[in-house]
Design a protein around this ligand. Structure first.
Ligand SMILES: [Zn+2]
Length: 167
């Protein structure tokens, strides 16, 4: 069951039209922001644009995203990040930790964000940062480390940190 879900996830990520293999340059720094915080738009975005840095914003509708627009971005703001040239990544619909118990929900959690991206003119995310505080996931590191190659990437603060290709 679990292997089938992981295989489905890998197929989903590998089916991206952006799938390519690129070398990872030395001294690469990757800037990522997760949880859809409003300050990512109001504080980080202007600085990133000013200094011409790229970044990936991992989006979730977890916490009180749907109702609290003081602390969380709107989808129009997220779409603007894409228009600015930043990458929009998937951080699951509800920001649930990924454990053996919740693993079966993961495809639906990923599709939820992908559907919102499509609705707002954002390409299907090809990068994934799984949610939850460090140590909370019970999925072993190797199982989540870079589930595919090329531009599909998997990030986490501790368990799944990996290199990112440029582009
Ligand atoms: Zn998060």
């Amino acid at each position: 069951m679990t292997r089938a879900l992981l295989a489905a996830l890998a197929i989903l990520l590998l089916s991206s039209p952006a799938f390519t293999l690129e070398p990872v340059p030395d001294k690469l720094v990757v800037l990522t922001f997760d949880d859809s915080a409003k300050s990512h738009y109001t504080v980080a975005r202007p600085l990133l644009l000013k200094y011409k840095f790229g970044a990936t914003f991992f989006i979730t509708e977890g916490f009180d995203f749907p109702t609290n627009k003081k602390d969380y971005m709107t989808w129009d703001e997220i779409a603007q990040l894409h228009k600015d040239g930043f990458e929009v990544g998937n951080h699951t619909l509800d920001h649930k930790s990924v454990t053996e118990k919740t693993l079966a929900d993961l495809p639906a959690q990923l599709r939820g964000i992908s559907a919102q991206c499509k609705k707002h003119g954002i390409p299907q995310p090809t990068s994934f940062a799984y949610p939850g505080p460090p140590g909370r996931s019970t999925i072993s590191k190797p199982r989540w480390r870079r589930r595919s190659t090329g531009k599909s990437r998997c990030f986490s603060s501790t368990a799944c940190r990996t290199r990112r290709t440029t582009g």
